[in-house]
Design a protein around this ligand. Structure first.
Ligand code: GAF
Length: 368
């Protein structure tokens, strides 16, 4: 119940893209970049929100007046979380929340989920609710779905709420059962680069919702609740029952992607991280050709990295821009980064922003 400071990270998804709203598997890990909230309880029912990234007066809202669509801009995310908590039956005290984040925005690295989850954790602690990670994630997802209006799955919020340092999270989005899988890249001489293409992804343009609807159409045509329910061994027969070529491609991506997650888990469990590279690249081809959510800049990162000797590469996150990940040997980091920068310059694209990603802790209290 004491005032304090909380942090929640952005994420990269190692593999398992667009599987979450199909009740499938995902494998994210948390970035060192976080959204932080310095929070204090108030004696009234006001929510006073400020952000170091957005100049201007703090946004002041009454917890009694929150309705979906009523809060514009960045404040909709924390306000939506307060609204979701109240809707779930938690009567909250007012709070001052000063937010600061170094999670890149528009880069497909879950800056929104970090903001939601840090708010959920701060409000949970400030009100003595003691909510577990899966509740923080669910409420954050509800805020985004029902208050902000973005029909995302639960990948990003679960990653932010429950990842652990040094591990990737193997999550079954059907029941949120999960396992932390050790991902000690350094011990195997590996590095994972994140390459932010600086092409601002935008889910709001409706493509994300369209993909989701196409997956639902595919599941309905096949007579299953979700595409998760099509086993990989039955893929050919399922595809032969789908007359629409677009729906066929979407279904093929989801079913093969779930299988790729399982293959990656098996390799990591066996201590063979280097060998996941080709599976990542295969996943990119599936997102590019079957799910059709890549873009020329993401494709260029992947092809250049692989030609330069990377073990594998793929776009990460929702797509249509944002970031790619590249698995390389530690002594190839410089050459690979240079090859990508050179290829971008030659193609006339803006210089990408590249950094090494280390699996980092999930949401937590960080200070008084
Ligand atoms: C976005 C969404 F928010 C996630 O729920 C997930 O669907 C992801 O795209 C694709 O895997 O980040």
């Amino acid at each position: 119940m004491t005032d304090g400071t909380w942090a929640a990270p952005g994420r990269v998804n190692l593999i398992g893209e667009h599987t979450d709203y199909n009740e499938g598997f995902v494998m994210p890990f948390a970035l060192p970049h976080t959204a932080r909230a310095k929070g204090a309880r108030r004696p009234d029912r006001l929510l006073r929100l400020s952000s170091a990234q957005f100049d201007g007066e703090p946004v002041e809202l009454s917890l009694d007046d929150l309705t979906p669509g009523s809060v514009p801009g960045w404040a909709a995310y924390p306000a939506g979380v307060a609204w979701a908590l109240e809707r779930a039956g938690h009567r909250l005290a007012g709070a001052d929340l000063a937010i600061d984040s170094d999670v890149p925005t528009g880069a497909g690295l879950s800056s929104s989920a970090a903001l939601e989850v840090v708010t959920a954790l701060a409000l949970s602690d400030l009100n003595g609710l003691g909510l577990p990670p899966e509740s923080l994630a669910r409420l954050s997802q509800q805020a985004e779905n029902d208050f902000v209006g973005m029909p995302c799955g639960i990948l990003d919020q679960m990653a932010s709420a429950s990842c652990e340092a040094g591990h990737v999270l193997f999550l079954d989005t059907r029941d949120l059962s999960r396992r932390q899988v050790p991902f000690a890249m350094a011990r195997e001489g590996l590095r994972l680069l994140v390459v932010d293409t600086r092409v601002k992804h935008s889910h709001a343009d409706g493509e994300y919702a369209t993909r989701r609807a196409e997956c639902e159409t595919g599941a309905a045509a096949l007579g299953v609740p979700f595409l998760r329910d099509i086993p990989f061994a039955e893929l050919s027969s399922a595809l032969s029952r789908l007359p629409d070529p677009t729906i066929r491609r979407r279904v093929r991506h989801i079913v093969t992607e779930n299988r790729r997650v399982e293959r990656v888990v098996d390799l990591l469990d066996a201590g063979r991280a280097r060998e996941i590279g080709p599976i990542l690249t295969e996943g990119h081809a599936s997102l590019r050709d079957d799910f059709e959510i890549s873009c020329p800049e993401l494709d260029l990162v992947v092809s250049t990295a692989v030609e330069a000797g990377a073990h594998g590469a793929r776009m990460t996150g929702g797509g249509f821009g944002g970031s790619a990940i590249v698995l390389v040997d530690e002594d190839a980091v410089e050459a690979t980064t240079k090859a990508i920068t050179t290829a971008f310059a030659a193609a006339g694209h803006a210089t990408p922003r590249t950094f090494e990603a280390v699996p980092s802790p999930g949401a937590r209290r960080v200070g008084a």
